[in-house]
Design a protein around this ligand. Sequence first.
Ligand SMILES: O=C(O)Cc1cc(O)ccc1O
Ligand SMILES: [Fe+2]
Length: 446
Amino acid sequence: MDITPQQTLISAANAGYMSGFGNGFETEALPGALPVGRNSPQRCAYGLYAEQLSGSPFTAPRASNARSWLYRIRPTVAHIGRFAPRDAGLWRSAPCAEETGLPIQPLRWDPLPIPDTGETFLTGMRTITTCGDVAGQTGMAASIALVTRSMVDETFWNSDAEMLVIPQQGRLRFRTEFGVIEVAPGEVAVLPRGVKFRVELIHEQPARAYVCENYGGAFTLPERGPIGANCLANQRDFLSPVAAYEDVERPQLVVVKWGGQLWQAEIGHSPLDVVAWHGNYAPHKYDLSRFSPVGPLLFDHADPSIFTVMTAPSETPGTANIDFVLFPERWMVAENTFRPPWYHMNLMSEFMGLILGQYDAKPQGFVPGGFSLHNCMLPHGPDAEAFEKASTVELAPHKLANTMAFMLETRLPQRVTAYAAGVAQRQPDYEACWSGLVKKFDPTRR
Ligand SMILES: O=C(O)Cc1cc(O)ccc1O
Ligand SMILES: [Fe+2]
């Protein structure tokens, strides 16, 4: 693990992970820093302050109750000065009813280019869609982060949302108050609401990442139903970091997203000062290649919900605020079946991205780093080329290799930002991909 010259990392254990989704972890960077058998001793070891971070109401049912205890050099109240508003650039939050002039239609974009300017994870955020309302703790935003430089002497927390980061190019290091997480394309990181972090590039290679802000209840693993205890995303493959802290005294910027706006304050020390922590509210990462897909073994195309990696439920059973769905490498074996996605319209609103390779329903035009939006009750499905091929090909077992697409599916219609509507990478003629679907009907031929 690299230590940038600006950092003064005191603890040695800064690149380790602990396994398990939502486990009750405990980890300490100095021996004996964690109190034993209690949370709030009269005096903590090493002169640390005890602080609780609650990701759910105290009274939430056990299955969704999330909190951690942090033992830190200074409590968070000592990490904030007087906050002043900060320009959010192209970062937007719901409700965001910008005038776009776009008619309703499926939309698709080419990858946004990595800029020449120095952009951090915060300044490089470009929001594409929003839905719901941050103040109502419902809905989400889909953004692309274009990162060309590391954050230095700057930390951030998001009071509005849990953040799911899906790198597509370049690697990212999240120095969080819980420890260090590194992710590469093919992996994802989840930063729970309120967790402080700084984002660095690895070897200063620029990065492009899809970012989902979940304004609602936290992502969890989907129920497995008849699938049983194994396959899909397995608990043990989710990794949370071991404790690592900075004892740094120099000017720092603290940036907070709160109420759909950015705020910043200057302080004199690093807020990433947690020496030990325990609990089940913590950032984590997941390697998408660990997802074990389950699908139709004989005929037909199952609903894409079989590929749900994580789900953020709403109050209505089975109606997710967000489903994070992966279309991974897999064998296609169904007999006498049109194997790609069927044509359909849907209550849910679908934002899709492509991490690598090619997506079977859209062999052309949907390229790695690109994204599409199939909104509530708007038609979509395979393009004409995919239809032609899939309805004439000889059906042998076939491996869909070199492919990794994902979908953020939300119950709420997504609104496109003015930036995304106007950006040069929006494909003005996306719907033309279906224009070759000509009438084949012939009542005299079965
Ligand atoms: O390609 C898409 O748009 C996503 C999608 C995948 C699938 O397997 C079924 C329906 C669907 O919309
Ligand atoms: Fe769909």
